[in-house]
Structures are given as C-alpha cells and as structure tokens.
Design a binder for this molecule. Structure first.
Ligand code: F6R
Length: 266
C-alpha cells in the first residue's frame, strides 16, 4: 500500500502519512486553513483543542507558523476538551498548564479567549460550570473545528466506554466523569505513579464534539492501530466512543500515520 494515501472509510476521509511528523503537519495545515477561512468569513474562528502526547507536534507546528509571521490567533477562541478534577491550573499536570506550555504562551491568542474547564470549581457548582461551558460554545456560534485524539479504549475527550445507548451518548453534555481503568493506566505516564493518577475529570460532552462543523481526529503509533480500526470499521457502539464519529462521518477527517493505520486493511 502506498505510504501516502487518502481513502474513504465508513463515510469519513482517512488521510495516511508515513510517520507522526508528516501526519501532524497535515493536522496543522487543516487547523491553519480553518482559522484563516473562519476569520475571513465571520471575523473569528472557534477551535476545540485536545491535549495528550499526540497533538504536541501539531502545536509546535502552529507556533512555528505564528513565529514565521503567517498565522495569527488574535481572532481565535479556544475550548479545550477536558481537565482533570480536581486540579489547580498551575499544577504542571493540569491540561491548562499543558496548553500554556505547548500553545498559549507561544502564540498571540488573547488570554480571555482561551477556555479550559476549571478543575478548582467546588463540586456543588460543577454542573453549573459545565453547563455554562456548553452555553459559551453555543454563544460563540459553535466550534468551527474540533481536534481529537483517541484513547486506547476508544475514548474521545474523556467520554469513556460506557453501558448506555448510542442515543444517550450522542446527547451527553459537558460533565464530570470517572476515568476508565485503561485511561488511568495510560495516565501513569504523566503522573509517574498509579496511586497519584487523578481518577476523575471534566470532559466536553459527545454532543458538543459531534456538533463541530469539522472534526479532525489525529492518531499515531502502533498502540492506536487496533482501536482506530474498531472505531472506523466496527459498529457504532458506546463501547468504542470514537465509533460515534461515524454518525457525523462526512464532517470527520482521520489523519493517521502508517503504524496507526496498520489494521485498517485495504
Ligand atoms: C486529551 C483527550 C484524550 C486524548 C487521548 C489520546 O485532551 O481528550 O482523549 O486525546 O487520550 O491521548 P494521547 O495523545 O496521549 O495518546
């Protein structure tokens, strides 16, 4: 199979590149294009952003474009997918810190246009906070683009595999969730020790994710090959939350490196 290819699978466009670097460049290109076209069309661009290991190169790429003078974030509004709960924003393990390190401090995004769910909200006010987050996105006209990564268990944001119906899952709002054992195991990489992993998080709901006008899913590395194949080729099931993307397939672009595409077949 050619190392560079674009195919249609279950109604979505799937772009495959030989390595993570090249796949990340394609993702950065689509983000830059959407920023430019949305700013031109309606004066601002609203981006949903992801954290984790996968998008680090994408953010480095966007920051480089900004430094080179071609890409401005002055008219960009961002909403992050998730945040541990509870956590202080200045904690180096918070997703607020991650975004600061990888993107916010490196581009000209006005601080009051960057939204990350607040891991310090007292539990009694969490529902109000998460409902407000959804209202802010709607008041901003919805997401022009949602960037996603995929968990080894198929999670998107921290919408974890769960025993509920597809109808319930696709209507799920932003909310407080318990992290799945696979997600907690993978988080040991960041926290250094299983006992230190924060077991809960605030996550954007599937409803907001699926409402984005464009969805870019970036997955790289051999550890993602099996779940990518299940999400793209398998049935739509809440056991694999990323398979819910098939319900809005024509708005979704999967960008994969060759190792992550390895189990897709031809
Ligand atoms: C992060 C997020 C998660 C990650 C996923 C993949 O904001 O919402 O769904 O995208 O866990 O993480 P990495 O890229 O570290 O493999």
């Amino acid at each position: 199979m050619p190392a560079e290819r674009t195919v249609q699978i279950s109604g979505s466009t799937v772009i495959v590149r030989p390595n993570a670097e090249a796949a990340s460049r394609v993702a950065a290109d689509s983000i830059a294009e959407i920023v430019e076209s949305a700013v031109k069309a309606r004066g601002k661009a609203v981006l949903g952003l992801a954290t984790g290991a996968t998008p680090e190169v994408v953010y480095a790429n966007l920051a480089a474009r900004h430094r080179a003078g071609g890409l401005s974030f002055q008219k960009v509004v961002t909403y992050n997918l998730d945040e541990y709960y509870p956590i202080q924003p200045i904690d180096p393990l918070s997703y607020r810190s991650y975004m600061h390190r990888h993107l916010f401090s490196r581009v000209d995004l006005p601080a009051n246009q960057a939204h990350v769910l607040d891991g310090t909200v007292p539990e009694a006010f969490v529902r109000e906070h998460t409902a407000e987050f959804d209202r802010w996105i709607e008041a901003d006209g919805g997401l022009d683009l949602q960037l996603l990564g995929i968990g080894r268990n198929g999670h998107i944001g921290f919408n974890e595999p769960a025993e509920w119906s597809v109808a319930e899952a696709v209507a799920a709002p932003t909310r407080l969730v318990e992290l799945h054992p696979v997600t907690r195991a993978d988080a040991v990489r960041e926290f250094g020790d299983a006992a230190k992993v924060i077991p809960r998080a605030l996550t954007m709901g599937v409803k907001q994710i699926l409402s984005a006008r464009a969805i870019v899913m970036l997955a790289t590395g051999p550890r993602k090959a099996s779940i990518v194949a299940q999400a793209l080729r398998g049935p739509v099931t809440t056991a694999v939350p990323a398979s819910l993307l098939q319900t809005v397939a024509d708005r979704v672009v999967w960008i994969l490196d060759e190792p992550a595409a390895a189990e897709l077949g031809s």
